[in-house]
Design a protein around this ligand. Structure first.
Ligand SMILES: [Fe+2]
Length: 307
């Protein structure tokens, strides 16, 4: 095994919102829409467009550098005067410039309050208005996105702010302060299964076991986390928590709760947020809709094609 070296992911200091922000000039976005004649193929088959000839390629090379090492997050701003349809197309083009789009929940999934409660039924928290809690996306053992994208079409009336924290810093903190829990960081833990059709399938939950921390080929951290789905899996399996797990999860929660460990910012209409889902853990605060409901659009990208 390669000795883990995740220095490239570590935040030396908490990044400011400005540090992760880049504005895409309107001359570029206008040209993109015209060059492709506003083709809806960007929404229905984004991977049919090649990255090698992508008009954003030179910019996305810089963006990917900022995503695959610290800070691991990027907020891109575009003009807020575009229509929703144009913003969706620009988002699809930008997402594609960063990787291959995944289609598990459709390529571009609308994140909005659907009046549901993830604590009462097995549904993704992206269908609610609750605070999500810190997590990385995808509870499926076999699949996780490298990059998670969000486009803001309509911010909430209040709340709904973005919070991000760094799992490489978290791992360093846990190794320093909780050395006796070290083994538990890498032991596979069952996660609840929320894929339609497999809910309450105990065998599926039992085999959906994933360590909190793994390492990639470069020794970088891969963090797969959502406390709620770990605890609901144990409850459904009617199994006691492994020794020390509650102490560990509490330590993780208290690390997240310190303001100096998490960036907090708001997305306005036309903003896109991309985070590296391997080592950046995200959260959003609870929100209240105004006359127009809050609408974000999520995309999942990978460096390698998944289908
Ligand atoms: Fe998420």
């Amino acid at each position: 095994m390669i000795a883990p070296s995740f220095n490239h992911q570590i935040w030396k200091a908490l990044p400011s919102a400005e540090e992760i922000t880049d504005a895409i000039p309107q001359s570029i976005t206008d040209n993109l829409l015209e060059a492709y004649n506003r083709s809806a193929d960007w929404l229905t088959s984004p991977n049919s467009f090649t990255r090698e000839t992508h008009p954003l390629l030179s910019r996305s090379a810089q963006w990917n550098k900022r995503l695959y090492s610290a800070p691991g997050a990027l907020r891109l701003s575009t003009s807020d005067s575009y229509t929703d349809e144009d913003l969706r197309l620009l988002y699809a083009m930008t997402s594609r410039s960063l990787g291959y789009l995944n289609n598990r929940y459709t390529y571009f999934f609308d994140v909005k309050d659907r009046g549901l409660d993830y604590t009462k039924e097995a549904i993704p928290v992206s269908k609610t208005k609750a605070e999500t809690g810190y997590h990385t996306d995808s509870t499926a053992k076999q699949y996780f996105p490298d990059i998670v994208g969000l486009l803001c079409l309509q911010p909430a009336l209040s709340g709904g702010e973005s919070l991000i924290t760094n799992a490489a810093n978290l791992l360093h903190y846990l190794q320093e302060n909780f050395p006796h829990l070290g083994e538990l960081l890498h032991v596979p833990l069952c996660r609840d299964v929320i894929t339609p059709g497999t809910v309450q399938d105990l065998a599926a939950i039992r085999s959906n076991d994933i360590p909190l921390f793994q390492y990639d080929e470069q020794g970088g951290v891969i963090f797969r986390y959502m406390r709620y789905w770990i605890e609901s899996a144990l409850e459904k399996l009617d199994e006691p928590a492994p020794s020390g797990l509650t102490v560990l999860l509490d330590a993780i929660d208290s690390y997240f709760a310190h303001n100096e460990n998490a960036m907090r910012f708001r997305l306005e209409r036309g903003h896109m947020l991309f985070v590296n889902n391997r080592f950046i853990c995200h959260n959003r605060t609870a929100f209240i809709d105004g006359d127009k409901p809050r609408v974000y659009v999520r995309s999942w990208m990978n460096q390698q094609p998944q289908e």
